[in-house]
Unconditional design. Structure first.
Length: 492
């Protein structure tokens, strides 16, 4: 069996000299940097071509398909973003309607604009007890498809950035009953299916196109991902065509070798690796469930690789404080910064009232103990804010974060046209004053890059208030052309 890394390594030690790209000529001496110049090549004889794979890259992608239980698998060297763009563009014609979860990644919205699609949004359930957006309901999918028979594809995200998992099997069956494909953004679930501690992956549950970011939760380099295709409903030819259009014509052999080595490792030692990982992870989750004030968040269907720690309703205890009612709430941003600055632990993300620690099979037991010890130390100096007497509780500590109440007036494409063709009918207003207005720009916190506001939506007062709270808590609102402001329809 031939593996790409082995072949690259052997070639780097051969006597071949390259009068071809790349310009570093596999010579690290010029820069002195410890980068993998030696194995960074271009499409030369014997190393195949990703866009017309017939040799070692074809074998590597077929190996990945077998491991992940897919009928057809493609390497992605431009991240899951290019997979989502290709999947949506390849499954729709210009001007089609598409059913998409409102909490999809911004790349799905970009695909909507590129193909001038009309989105029909389906909203995740609200988890009032956790402050997170919940799963997508199969019943809501069925209802939306019944009311919109001209929809051409369904796109949902599961697991979400927060780890919430939807019923993929039921949603796929619902889509298939109407003869349309389910595109599953499972970027954060590449580890699914390797151990019963985690859910099965989308390939096993009936999704037609599944996108996995191997770099997110598996041992592969940043920017590496896979696109899987199953069944007869996905237009494989058009999806492949968009992959050829959108992916670099000079794909990195270093990144492709990383993909192949990840597959090789899991294919050979997957059970052993995941058994150790699950043992360490479950021990950590069990330990953290004993915190007195901080608490673990999860939903009924959940990816337990994500460690979400909530500080909702808490304040930092001060032994000299006379009146605790005058203290400020302890926020997710504060918890994130304290872990980073005092304990040198870099979390994945901070939200208003919780943080996300992402784990993977590469985490060591000592690293997990460091996280436990730090959180217990912080937990010891926190106190409940108004929980004992029912007063002074944070009004937003348990609010679902997202886009509640926004109403789509124009499609994103129509909003874009309004901006470019009717400039006199637009104006900019401060973000905190955009409630009730029709937005013509995106607004989101990154990560995770899920829009709080989509162009064409009339912004709800709830979302406006949430944006204000984000800004007060030190978060950057991105997506707008002018920081702190947003373009809206003048008379909307």
């Amino acid at each position: 069996m031939k593996y790409l890394y082995d072949k690259l390594k052997k070639y780097s030690e051969s006597g071949y000299y390259g009068f071809h790209m790349p310009g570093h000529k596999r010579n690290p001496a010029l820069t002195g940097a410890e980068l993998p110049y030696k194995i960074d090549i271009t499409e030369i004889p014997g190393f195949d071509d990703l866009h017309h794979a017939e040799g070692i890259l074809k074998e590597a992608q077929e190996r990945a398909a077998r491991l992940f239980g897919a009928e057809e698998t493609h390497y992605l060297v431009n991240g899951s973003t290019v997979g989502l763009l290709s999947a949506v563009l390849g499954s729709t014609q210009r001007g089609d309607r598409i059913l998409m979860a409102r909490n999809c990644h911004k790349s799905v919205y970009n695909a909507v604009c590129l193909n001038e699609l009309e989105p029909v949004y389906i909203y995740p359930a609200r988890c009032e007890d956790t402050g997170m957006n919940g799963p997508i309901s199969p019943e809501d999918v069925a209802k939306a498809l019944g009311e919109n028979p001209d929809i051409r594809a369904v796109v949902i995200t599961s697991p979400t950035y927060d780890g919430v998992v939807s019923d993929i099997s039921c949603i796929a069956e619902t889509a298939h009953e109407r003869g349309i494909p389910l595109i599953l953004d499972e970027a954060h679930g590449a580890h699914f299916g390797f151990h019963p501690y985690f859910p099965l992956n989308g390939n096993a549950l009936g999704a037609d196109i599944v996108i996995h970011s191997l770099h997110k939760t598996l041992p592969s380099l940043t920017q590496t991902a896979l696109l899987h295709i199953n069944g007869d409903l996905a237009d494989r030819g058009r999806v492949r065509r968009y992959l050829h259009i959108l992916q670099s014509s000079s794909p990195s052999y270093v990144l492709m070798a990383s993909l192949d080595e990840c597959v090789r490792t899991l294919d050979g030692r997957g059970p052993e690796i995941f058994e150790r990982y699950v043992s360490v992870l479950d021990h950590t989750r069990q330990a953290l469930s004993g915190m007195s004030h901080l608490r673990l968040l999860e939903t009924a269907m959940y990816d337990r690789s994500k460690i979400l720690v909530s500080c909702a309703g808490l304040y930092e205890r001060d032994e000299y404080e006379k009146d605790r009612r005058e203290t400020k709430n302890y926020t997710g941003k504060q918890l994130y910064q304290e872990l980073n600055e005092k304990y040198l632990l870099q979390m994945e993300m901070a939200s208003l009232s919780y943080i996300i620690a992402m784990t993977s099979p590469a985490d060591t037991e000592s690293a997990m103990r460091r996280l436990e010890n730090a959180l217990f130390e912080i937990d010891g100096k926190l106190a409940k804010n108004g929980m004992n007497d029912g007063e002074n509780a944070s009004p937003n500590s348990e609010k679902t974060e997202g886009f509640a109440g926004n109403e789509m007036i124009y499609t994103p494409v129509e909003a874009e046209r309004l901006v470019y063709r009717k400039k006199q009918e637009t104006m900019c207003v401060p973000l905190q004053e955009c409630g009730g207005r029709i937005a013509l720009e995106y607004a989101y916190v990154y990560p995770p890059g899920i829009p709080l506001i989509v162009p064409g939506e009339r912004v709800s007062e709830e979302v406006t208030g949430q944006i204000a709270e984000y800004e007060r808590s030190g978060f950057e609102i991105e997506g707008t052309g002018r920081k702190g402001w947003i373009e809206v329809q003048k008379n909307g």
